[in-house]
Design a protein around this ligand. Sequence first.
Ligand code: ZN
Length: 511
Amino acid sequence: MASRVLLVLALALAMAGCAVNPVTGKHELSLIPVSQQIAMGEEQYVPSQQSQGGVYSVDKELTSYVSEVGQRLAAVSDTRLPYEFVVLNNSVPNAWALPGGKIAVNRGLLTALDNEAELAAVLGHEVVHAAAGHSAAAMQRGMLLQGVMIATTLASSDSEYGNYIVGGAQLGAQLVTQKYSRSAELEADLYGTRYMKRAGYNPEAAVTLQQTFVRLFEGQKTSWIDGLFASHPPSQERVDANEKTAEALGKTGELGTERWNEKMSYLRSRQDAYLAFDDAGQLASKKDYAGALAKIDNAIKIEPKEPRFYGLKGDILLEQKKYLPASEEFDKALNRDPGYYEYYLGRGLAYSRLGKTDRARSDLERSNQLLPTAIANNELGQMMVAAGNTNEAKGYFETAMAASGPIGQQAANSYVRLDLPDHPDKYIEAKAGLTADGELVAAIHNLAGIDVSDIAVTFIVTAAGQDATRTVSIDRIGAGQQGTISSGMRFSDADNVTAVSARVVAARAPN
Ligand SMILES: [Zn+2]
């Protein structure tokens, strides 16, 4: 027996293995194999992009340029990962790397950079996070909360639906908002700067980039605190370390300022449109819909090609219960970009209110394929209830109730309403007992979270070796209420009672 335990332990250790970190050359315990990190990154890349604003699609030349700079760094990195780089349509200044080399940089960070070499410093830093397995290491240390939604997702998601993500995509949401350790940050700076130099860039840009970050950090602009600085906190220590690295490597190489200005000229020329878009979002969240509509119309006037603007306009009209005009704005957004979940979600909700259930269902399902949300699942559940399709409805509510907040609570209540008649004893506790004067009673506790009516409690008593049963009805128990009900049966010592029990056998949600 002992030898078998040892064998199992030895196998576990062999599988865990002691690996050489491809970036630092240091030996470390690696529990998540690279192949698994790659699979995880691939699985989470699309939902993570979706939850962070979707891909910036208006200036495709800019996105392919950013990807080329990224690939130039990936080519000189110490691991051969299937690197990919995208620009996300998000005003929050941020960049992130998923395990396995799936990297993203936000539109809002690009506009803060002065040259191509600074972009190389940002991407080189993220390449190291992926190559050195920093996220994987954080997962091993249990720094990520399993299956729990984190509040920071909302702050950095640039989307009102961001905190409603359900299912497997929650992992990606956690990975892209996780905070790295101080040592991981310094390591990413050091090796990222080396990669820059190897790729032909002037490492001086890693210093100017950090200086910009420290200046912005001291300015305490919320979007920065919520974005990049939440996961990669800047510090004078990092500026000084980068200065030392840059000096040791030699401050020669390309800055690429002219090319950068040329490639960024289009996005910069549309900056006022994105500022108006951000203002519109702020005003809408404060329920100033008239102000929000004025801002978003202004944004559309400056940049009629941006799908997010029509999407936000649709969201505002939806809030105002103007369902048909809302659906038309989502049409415009989808004509420009058919790959972003929010437009399907918004249009699906609008169609559902308009009674176009088939169209609503197909839009909401498509939205869930891109990024599963509690909102879409809850709406689909309600539609299935209306169609009398109880089992399907239960499935949607079960998914939606994993989310926190009012939608999750609403879905949980809807689920209980449907499940209560099938499993009444799951929601209403009954404990039988004899009182001092021999009355058989049960303590009842309504744990359903909603009021419950038409309850039937069956008592079983074993007296003198014989079982007797009696079922008693109760009209209603309020949510969370407890009380005692009588079976109407009374026993004395002569009856020789050896067992009593009570079970709720019927109940339903009041109409
Ligand atoms: Zn970092």
